[in-house]
Design a protein around this ligand. Structure first.
Ligand SMILES: NC(=O)c1ccc[n+]([C@@H]2O[C@H](COP(=O)([O-])OP(=O)(O)OC[C@H]3O[C@@H](n4cnc5c(N)ncnc54)[C@H](OP(=O)(O)O)[C@@H]3O)[C@@H](O)[C@H]2O)c1
Length: 465
């Protein structure tokens, strides 16, 4: 009976796809789902791969079907479902067995679960790429004990996406490190998507272009420096016709974006770490505002519509260049945040390895990530935007970012993520900032003290006290 090399719980969108991927990669797998009907239909639909799949009706059957020491993947919603499943499994497992949470867990939960794991091993892995990635090769970000990782490494690297022959799966650090990196990945995903949406808005409302025309612009950009999955699918989305009306599908989709929390978690953790990720934060806020549709309609009636035509002020090349600069600034912030978490939590995360894992399989995969991996390896103590190869690209493109943001603002178009990127760039390249005024104010009302520029002394006070 105990023939399966691995087990999996949760045959929803991701779990079912991952289980088929594991079977297709040559591993015997036992599966279990809370609702047995789903297990049955999964098994019936597995075709030739069913010879590698053991479908089980009870958790005890699942555990029995796996060869010890066992490894069981949980692919259930993050939060209480994971705790419930772990609790239900524990009496059935033996020391040396291992539970792998592959959902989008909050890394604090993963830290807690890893600390409580005891003789049952625990790994927290971030899996990106949606259903297609899970089925055909996701990007896998692993956190936990390295010995536990080594036990399942052959399976996880076999099912992962490949970039030029190397698997997009890596052990990135202990405890919640994998889920933390996945969270920031999703934050960057929010930001990338928001910047693309902002440029789409400029073309639609500022230039009066059709969805089909916009699709062809994205298609063209996808042959250049911006080549990426998100630019590719933006073109495909813009070019799709609604079968019901014959109109561009994009024109009938409600302008309110959902979220499941990982972008918000990135923004929250950034504040805890005092990491600056304003492009991601702007993207999270933009999603929140997008859902306030009635209020936006009310405000448009009260104040008049925001965006007016740009009057030919911007070219496609300006917008392409602005997206290139915005993307570099956003990724620079994201990698810096991971670096900050790594040193704060003593995780020792290899940033180039993070960029390498993101090169294929995940939603933010892009050609630029390969260069980012190389740049991060060359530049250890400075942000990505200051690595020579990215500093050069930023130098070539920041004027276009300014031109796009300036024109968007002048014509009433909201471009919060691109604006945040530009403000970050300007703040970062201003050696003498304005926080001396803040320090003066703080000292005036609260005697907080300030440091002097001239003689370097600290804890000084103004004569106002
Ligand atoms: N969808 C994506 O693109 C994506 C991408 C990356 C990561 N993720 C993460 O992957 C995980 C799974 O997502 P999904 O999209 O596959 O979800 P899903 O399609 O909704 O499936 C959820 C699965 O979990 C089971 N489940 C729900 N609550 C449970 C509980 N309390 N105890 C035991 N089993 C329970 C469900 O069983 P029943 O059949 O009995 O309802 C179902 O099999 C989540 O953490 C998600 O954030 C999703």
């Amino acid at each position: 009976m105990s023939s399966a090399e691995i087990g999996l719980i949760g045959l929803g969108t991701m779990g079912a796809a991952l289980a088929l991927n594991i079977a297709e990669s040559g591993f015997d797998i036992a599966v279990w789902n809370r609702t047995f009907g789903k297990t049955q239909s999964f098994f019936d639909g597995a075709g030739d791969l069913s010879s590698r799949i053991t479908a089980t009706e009870t958790l005890a059957d699942l555990v029995e079907a796996i060869r010890p020491p066992r490894a069981i993947i949980l692919m259930v919603p993050a939060g209480s479902a994971v705790d419930e499943q772990m609790k239900a499994l524990e009496p059935l497992l033996s020391p040396g067995d291992m539970i792998i949470d592959a959902g989008n867990a909050n890394f604090h939960d993963t830290n807690r679960r890893a600390a409580a794991a005891g003789p049952i091993g625990f790994l927290g892995i971030g899996v990106s790429g949606g259903e297609d990635g899970a089925r055909n090769g996701p990007s896998i970000m692993v956190g936990g004990d390295s010995q536990n990782w080594e036990r399942v490494e052959p399976i996880l690297t076999a099912i992962a996406a490949e970039f030029e022959g190397s698997a997009c799966a890596a052990h990135l650090g202990p405890d919640g490190a994998g889920h933390f990196v996945k969270t920031v990945h999703n934050g960057i995903e929010y930001a990338d998507m928001q910047m693309i949406a902002e440029v789409y808005g400029l073309m639609r409302d500022g230039m009066g272009r059709t969805a089909q025309d916009i699709a062809s612009v994205f298609e063209r950009w996808n042959t250049g420096r911006l080549r990426s999955y998100l630019i590719e699918i933006s073109g495909l989305v813009a070019g799709t016709t609604d079968p019901a009306t014959g109109q561009p599908l994009l024109d009938v989709i409600v302008d309110a974006a959902g979220q499941k929390g990982t972008g918000r978690w990135t923004a929250i953790e950034a504040q805890h770490l005092a990491a600056a990720v304003p492009v991601i934060e702007a993207a999270v806020v933009a999603r929140n505002l997008s859902s306030r549709r009635e209020e936006r309609a009310d405000a448009e009636n009260l104040f008049g519509s925001g965006p007016v035509p740009l009057g030919g002020a911007l070219s496609d090349e300006d917008m392409e260049r602005a997206l290139i600069a915005g993307k570099i600034l956003c990724y620079s912030q994201g990698f810096a945040m991971i670096g900050k978490a790594s040193s704060s939590f003593d995780w020792n995360i290899d940033l180039p390895a993070v960029a390498r894992v993101w090169r294929a399989g995940c939603i933010i995969r892009s050609d630029m990530l390969d260069d980012m991996a190389a740049a991060l390896a060359e530049t250890h103590d400075r942000e990505l935007m200051m690595a020579p190869r990215f500093a050069r690209i930023l130098t070539e493109n920041h004027a276009a970012l300014r031109k796009v943001v300036a024109n968007a603002v002048a014509h009433g178009h909201a471009v919060p993520a691109l604006s945040a990127g530009l403000a970050y760039f300007d703040a970062m390249r201003t050696a003498r900032g304005t926080a001396n005024m803040i320090q003066g104010q703080r000292d005036y009302f609260g005697l907080h003290g300030f440091a002097r520029l001239d003689d370097g002394t600290e804890g000084q006070h103004g004569p106002w006290a």
